[in-house]
Write a protein that binds this ligand. Structure first.
Ligand SMILES: NC(=O)c1ccc[n+]([C@@H]2O[C@H](COP(=O)([O-])OP(=O)(O)OC[C@H]3O[C@@H](n4cnc5c(N)ncnc54)[C@H](O)[C@@H]3O)[C@@H](O)[C@H]2O)c1
Ligand SMILES: O=C(O)C1=N[C@H](C(=O)O)CCC1
Length: 250
């Protein structure tokens, strides 16, 4: 069986360097390019990369994806910063390049994917919900992509269940004290030396609270998800948003 030809973008970063090791260790993959900031993307075409793994920066990911998609290179994307406008642009490039697949995974960790799934399930049963994400202080974006996705899923489930806006009598507050409002769900971001990637989803109702917590203690926790994405993305043309679509969770 021929090996899948894989490139890693952001190869010298915290996640990228872990992904380089994971791809090198995978028997069914060959690492053909490991690119850092400033390295020309033409290395992808020159090395015949079939799948690019993007673990760069929200400021870089769009140019990388435009390059990949327009040349039929599939992409597995962990980089954050996704908005409806960015997704619309990406969908446009994909429409013009049928057969090319892009997976955007807000989180490659199985526990994080399950947290999002369980949070969506729990959402309709509780009057109140808040998300707290906790990360290392080198993280570029806040709140995390995972927290934004979690809040969106919870908000969607609340809307589907006909739940009203949650109660909050705050009438005076310091800026930021109530977190960011993501679709009506307060999201709080903690940055603390020693942490990697963690999230709590707190639900509350009369006389009880219910908390989901996930901890990525090492970036190796993301690698099975990255490799799964690489193995599956070429058979999934168009945009796949969320690793759960490549997992049998039911
Ligand atoms: N989806 C997930 O499971 C997951 C997990 C961890 C991190 N992330 C995300 O991955 C991204 C990277 O995180 P990190 O902690 O590794 O950051 P990092 O700063 O350690 O690494 C990013 C690397 O990308 C490089 N880079 C920037 N622009 C580039 C470009 N155009 N081409 C090639 N390299 C480029 C930087 O120089 C840096 O070395 C962030 O958006 C982060 O939120 C996602
Ligand atoms: O360390 C990071 O940066 C992480 N980014 C992703 C996010 O923003 O959700 C996934 C968790 C780690």
């Amino acid at each position: 069986m021929s090996k899948q030809r894989v490139a890693v973008l952001g190869a010298r970063g915290r996640m990228g360097s872990e992904a380089v090791r994971a791809v090198e260790a995978a028997e069914d993959m060959e690492l053909v390019a490991a690119l850092g900031r400033g390295d020309p993307l033409d290395a992808l075409a020159e090395t015949g990369a079939e799948v690019a793994v993007d673990l760069t920066h929200p400021d870089s990911v769009m140019a990388n994806l435009e390059y990949c998609v327009t040349r039929g290179v599939h992409a597995v994307v962990g980089t954050t910063g996704w908005t409806e406008e960015r997704l619309a642009l990406l969908r446009g490039w994909l429409d013009a390049s049928p057969g090319t697949g892009v997976l955007i995974a807000p989180n490659f960790g199985i526990g994080a994917v399950l947290t999002m799934r369980f949070a969506r399930q729990a959402a309709r049963f509780f009057e109140s919900v808040e998300v707290v994400e906790l990360h290392h202080p080198g993280k570029a974006d806040a709140p995390s992509g995972t927290a934004v996705r979690t809040a969106q899923l919870v908000a969607e489930a609340r809307r589907d269940a006909g739940l009203p806006a949650q109660p909050d009598a705050t009438s005076t507050a310091l800026d930021g004290a109530r977190g960011a409002d993501v679709d009506g769900v307060p999201v709080h971001a903690v940055r603390l030396r020693g942490l990697v990637a963690h999230q709590e989803v707190l639900f509350g109702d009369e006389g009880e609270t219910f908390t989901l917590r996930h901890d990525s203690l090492h970036r190796s926790s993301f690698m099975p998800g990255v490799l799964l994405g690489v193995r599956r993305v070429s058979a999934a043309p168009g945009l796949t948003f969320g690793l759960e679509h490549f997992l049998d969770l039911d």
